[in-house]
Design a protein around this ligand. Structure first.
Ligand code: FAD
Length: 509
């Protein structure tokens, strides 16, 4: 019988060697599954985008002459579990073998391996042909180092792949890292790039998703949908980014603004994570733009570091630490998430904007995820597990291998500091320096105490006070503790009181 070739919803790469030429002995299987829509509550746009892209992928494979079996969410034959469907399809086709591309999530990897161990026919996982690095590579590179420094990993990969190197193999511009140049707030100029992403009408698909009873969060915006459906659209988006936004990406990489939800970010994470785009081609095109004088070096390096560095690195952390990583809670935080995480209804202007953007677009940029929402969550001591599920559900690009290390490691310090050398937290002063939200906010950025004091202020000091035993020894926090030590006992008590009062009314902040 034929070989069944399973394509997961985040494996929509038409350049994979599986598709080099049609082979009647190979049936490509795409499955829309309740198992996948239900392991966490996802944003409506995420479910739509993935199903729509899977359907488009199936159509294109068929048009290219491949055998395809696409099982829709409401297909009568759909058993809604990955392995139950495989069992049914094996007997239906009389298949003699099953292949799949290595999943990126531990959950699916374990499910497929357990299932395969019980099969009488040949089962085999092949490379997904997407990443620069193998799953276990970061773990090898860092061996038993306590801290995994991104910079070390990133430079190794720059050298290995000859990215942004001069003729002598040295980093272009004489330095590996231009972070110090990439920290401007955005004054409203240059104007934000035009959103040229295509619109698709997914209302029929959305009705199917609703009829199936799938629970989602956020706005489906079925008639005004801007996520790419396929590789051609993703490539167009990459070109638009390089032309319009890359030149300013570096300058405003860390900025926050009430006037622009995307600033100069690429919005490419969905296309990358479902593998419509390959990270190598993205990096090469961006480097090429710099070589042709179309972007400054600091912006180019800053962008490439996100993809060649961070993206590969967090994946390495994930595979080194799973299973168990998603349960980490090194700081012992237990507070439930306030209800306004699901409607953006808070008077803190920066948080309201970040959460509303997330609900409306299934997207928030990195600084909103890290320095607004994540910052508040860490300072307030929110339970990292429901927070992890919130992040895993809400973002269009959220898949556990990349979401969990970012949320639990980088943002919440829940892994005890493997990823981050210190907690990413700030008081209102930083938020005010990087953005314009404080001006229109119900709270006052300056005072630490009092009715109108910005909650970030007292929570910031109280966090370090609470965590002193664990964090005081960290030399990157020496200044914080020096400042705390300079305060009078009365001032410190007032801060703790303010923090306690703030947390007591967290639902109405
Ligand atoms: P840009 O700013 O244009 O960056 C370009 C690309 O670099 C991104 O598309 C992405 O592929 C990559 N990248 C940038 N930062 C990171 C990072 N820290 N880790 C991995 N890749 C990175 N990214 C996800 O793809 N999925 C997630 O579920 C996710 N969850 C996050 C949760 C938290 C708490 C934080 C702080 C960050 C998270 N990130 C996640 C990383 C980052 O915020 C997003 O990749 C980025 O905002 C996507 O938007 P963009 O494509 O416009 O990115």
């Amino acid at each position: 019988g034929p070989t069944l070739c399973l394509i997961l919803g985040d494996q929509l790469n038409p350049l994979h060697s599986w598709f080099a030429r049609p082979d009647p002995q190979r049936v490509h299987v795409l499955l829309e599954l309740r198992q996948e829509t239900d392991y966490v509550v996802h944003h409506a746009q995420k479910v739509i985008a993935i199903f729509a892209a899977m359907r488009d992928f199936a159509r294109q494979l068929k048009a290219a002459g491949h055998r395809v079996r696409h099982v829709a969410i409401d297909d009568a034959s759909n058993r809604q579990s990955l392995t139950a469907n495989l069992d049914a399809l094996i007997s239906h086709y009389g298949a003699s073998a099953v292949e799949w591309q290595q999943p990126d999530e531990w959950r699916l990897d374990a499910q497929l391996n357990d299932w395969a161990a019980r099969q009488p026919i040949a089962c085999q996982a092949v490379d997904s042909e997407h990443f620069y690095t193998a799953r276990g590579e970061a773990a090898e590179l860092f061996a038993d180092r306590k801290q995994w420094l991104l910079e070390h990993f990133y430079r190794t990969l720059r050298r290995r792949h000859g990215v942004l190197l001069d003729a002598d193999g040295q980093p272009e511009g004489g330095q590996w890292n231009f972070d110090a140049d990439n920290r401007k707030s955005w004054p409203g100029n240059p104007p934000e790039p035009a959103d040229r992403r295509p619109r698709h009408d997914h209302s029929a698909l959305w009705r199917q998703i609703e009829a199936a009873g799938i629970v989602t969060l956020g706005q489906p915006q079925a008639a005004d949908f801007r996520w790419p459906l396929n590789r051609a659209e993703a490539l167009q988006q990459l070109d638009d980014f390089i032309e319009q936004a890359l030149p300013h990406f570096g300058d405003y990489q860390d900025a926050l603004s009430s006037k622009s939800w995307r600033l100069f970010h690429s919005l490419l994470s969905f296309a990358l994570n479902v593998k419509m785009l390959n990270p190598q081609e993205v990096v090469q095109r961006v480097e090429q733009a710099w070589r042709e004088g179309r972007a400054p070096l600091a912006a180019t390096e800053g962008f490439i570091r996100q993809i060649l560095g961070w993206r590969e690195y967090v994946r390495g952390v994930y595979w080194a630490r799973m299973p168990g990583y998603t349960e980490s809670n090194a700081l012992g935080h237990q507070r439930p998430l306030p209800h306004w995480f699901w409607n953006g209804d808070t008077g803190m202007a920066c948080l309201a904007a970040a959460i509303r953007a997330s609900l409306q677009q299934a997207y928030a940029h990195h600084i909103q995820r890290l320095m607004v929402i994540g910052n508040f969550a860490l300072l307030a001591g929110l339970d990292p597990q429901p927070l992890h599920r919130w992040y895993l559900g809400i973002y269009i690009d959220a898949f556990e291998w990349v979401e969990a290390p970012n949320t639990l490691g980088m943002s919440q310090f829940a892994d005890g500091g493997q990823l981050a050398t210190k907690p990413y937290v700030s008081s209102a002063a930083y938020l005010d320096r990087m953005g314009d939200h404080c001006k229109g906010c119900r709270y006052d950025k300056k005072p630490k105490t009092g009715e109108r004091a910005c909650p970030f202020n007292a929570l910031y000091w109280d966090f370090f006070e609470r965590q002193a035993e664990r964090l005081r020894g960290n030399h990157r926090l020496a200044m914080v503790y020096k400042n705390l030590d300079k305060m009078t006992p009365e001032a410190r008590a007032a801060l703790s009181e303010q923090a306690a009062a703030t947390l007591a009314r967290i639902e109405t902040l």
